[in-house]
Design a protein around this ligand. Structure first.
Ligand code: SAM
Ligand code: ASE
Length: 369
């Protein structure tokens, strides 16, 4: 046990070095370390990894040893030689063939989010996102900046789906949604994953057994509530991308509708899902959107808000506070407390507001018209 000063310095170093830890993770993913080890029949030494990845022996050894200390890799020493293998964590989340892979989100965090965070102080000074500083693009139209190229649009769409591979089912099961047969996922950006390796999980419904298909919240809805019908409403370029990569059978349970949810008519539905949509926007824009949803909603219908929730006093949890800063550097919004969402929902005319109370990274709030 060190002195209080030692402990304080230790904590300071840990925080200061946090970005290096992130970069070790991003680099190992980018280079394909975890995929290589997943395919290898036995643990590999640093020289063998370097030879197969085409990387330097020296750099590879340093990277693998850092990964081992971070428990991203397991290391065993045989006759003085270190050999590396995936841990349960890397096998589940860092291998592209894993159905719970988070590689697309890590790639997005490393290549896009990280660059916006380099301007955090400026974002705090100005109170706005940093697409101009980081990428030289205007951010007057938020999603024109987010989707500033086709590659960037696909990277964002793929990245955002990853977390639902892990938490989607639990979230959609928070409330019994079986009484809402017609569902509209607003800003749902349904994107089946193009990578063939993602399709190891057996399709749960014949209508979705399209090769190359995966899915996010819409898919979890369909599997939990067979018989429901989901319309994904999103921006035209997002719907076009979804249709290009995945053509759902006509009359099947998933449909797409292209439009602007601030301007265009919303489809009539029993339930509107707003997953990680409100956190992109100011209170004023959220109120406008929720009022439009209330107007379109059938009597007795509802809205399901899925977001990472701050504690009621805003003092935590830290991951959500960091996401809130991420909304500052990347969007026009912030993360909110349950009470803040309740106020927005009530002002739009919704009632019977219920908290999911799961206290996970993401939670659900259900309200009725
Ligand atoms: N719901 C998904 C999830 O949780 O993974 C995606 C959330 S993403 C942060 C926000 C979504 O809102 C994107 O799919 C984006 O294309 C969509 N969006 C943004 N502005 C929109 C608008 N004006 N009309 C319709 N969709 C919009
Ligand atoms: C958005 C969500 C995200 C806009 C930009 C984003 C995420 C990363 N960048 O609506 C996912 C949530 N993760 C974080 C770190 O906020």
């Amino acid at each position: 046990m060190g002195s209080p000063e030692d402990q304080a310095f230790g904590l300071l170093s840990e925080y200061a070095n946090g970005f290096m830890v992130s970069q070790v993770l991003f680099a190992a993913c980018d280079l394909g370390v975890f995929d290589l080890l997943a395919q290898a029949p036995e643990p590999l030494g640093a020289a063998a990894v370097a030879a197969r990845l085409g990387t330097s022996g020296h750099g590879t050894e340093l990277l693998l040893d850092a990964c081992a200390s971070l428990r991203l890799l397991a290391v065993e020493t045989q006759a003085g030689q270190a050999a590396y293998a995936n841990t349960a964590l890397s096998a589940a989340y860092l291998v592209s063939a894993s159905p719970t892979s988070q590689l697309d989100m890590l790639r997005y965090l490393g290549r896009t989010t990280y660059l916006c965070w380099a301007h955090l102080a400026e974002a705090v000074r100005q109170g706005r996102n940093q697409y101009g500083q980081a990428f030289g693009v205007p951010s007057g139209d938020l999603f024109a900046a987010v989707y500033r190229s086709e590659g960037e649009r696909l990277r964002f769409m793929r990245a955002l789906q990853d977390v639902w591979r892990v938490h989607g089912r639990r979230l959609m099961a928070t409330f019994d949604l079986s009484t809402f047969p017609v569902i509209c996922d607003l800003g749902g950006e349904y994107l089946p994953v193009a990578r063939a390796s993602r399709c190891q999980a057996p399709p749960r419904r014949p209508a979705l057994s399209v090769p190359g298909c995966s899915g996010a919240l819409a898919r979890e809805c369909l599997s939990l509530y067979p018989g429901c019908q989901v319309t994904v409403f999103d921006l035209p370029e997002v719907v076009l991308a979804a249709k290009t990569h995945f053509s759902p059978p006509e009359g099947g349970p998933i449909g797409f509708l292209a439009g602007d949810f601030f301007k265009d008519p919303l489809p009539e539905a029993d339930l509107y899902i707003l997953a990680r949509v409100l956190h992109d926007w100011t209170d004023q824009a959220c109120s406008q959107l929720l009022a439009r949803v209330h107007q379109a909603c059938r009597a007795g219908g509802g809205v399901l808000v899925v977001e990472s929730l701050l504690d009621s006093d805003g003092r935590g949890p830290l991951p959500t506070q960091l996401y809130s800063l991420n909304m500052l550097v990347q969007t026009e919004g912030r993360e909110r407390t349950p009470a803040q969402y309740h106020a927005l929902l009530a002002a739009a005319g919704f009632r019977d507001i219920q908290d999911g109370g799961t206290r996970g990274l993401y939670d659900a709030i259900l309200a009725r018209k």
